[in-house]
Ligand binder design. Sequence first.
Ligand code: IMP
Ligand code: MG
Length: 182
Amino acid sequence: MQMNDSIERVLITEEEIQTAVRRMADDISRDYEGKNLVLLGILKGSVVFMGDLMKRLSIPVQIDFMKVSSYGSGTTSKGLVDIILDIRRKDLGNCDILIIEDIIDSGKTLSYLAKYLKEKGARSVRTCTMLDKPSRREVEFQPDYSGFEIPDEFVIGYGLDYDEKFRALPFVGILKREIYEK
Ligand code: IMP
Ligand code: MG
């Protein structure tokens, strides 16, 4: 299967992504000056975005990861959040956690995780997403930092997968319907 045969069209170019990453990094660097910033990447979708974002920060930063279940192998949400890999830090009470996500869809993953980390004792918890599909919300949720609002299309690339494929593409593309509707 050829990669380009699977993509309907490019939705966000590499240049547009990098401009948004720089804008978010500037905002975060300003807002977290003097704090103890910990970027908490949600595996696996956030790794490309987080790698780019952290390089653009002008303040000290630590990184950590959690893994939660979301879509399984298809394109429909299960609606349950299962923690597969938890954060383990003894200094959580001194951490200003910024959760890094690839995309917000129903809002369930991030609203659950933000609440979970506050209850676990983090000093502060905010959220940052590359992509946001506001029309798909099932629970009320607003990210603190967001790259792009996008329409209700299934997208891949820049960390996002369909069936574990396409994560390494440097742009965000719309997946052809025939790929997931067959
Ligand atoms: P939420 O809990 O419904 O907000 O789900 C967020 C998660 O669903 C993301 O971290 C992605 O793993 C996955 N997801 C949602 N929309 C897409 C998409 O268009 N392409 C790929 N993954 C998606
Ligand atoms: Mg996924």
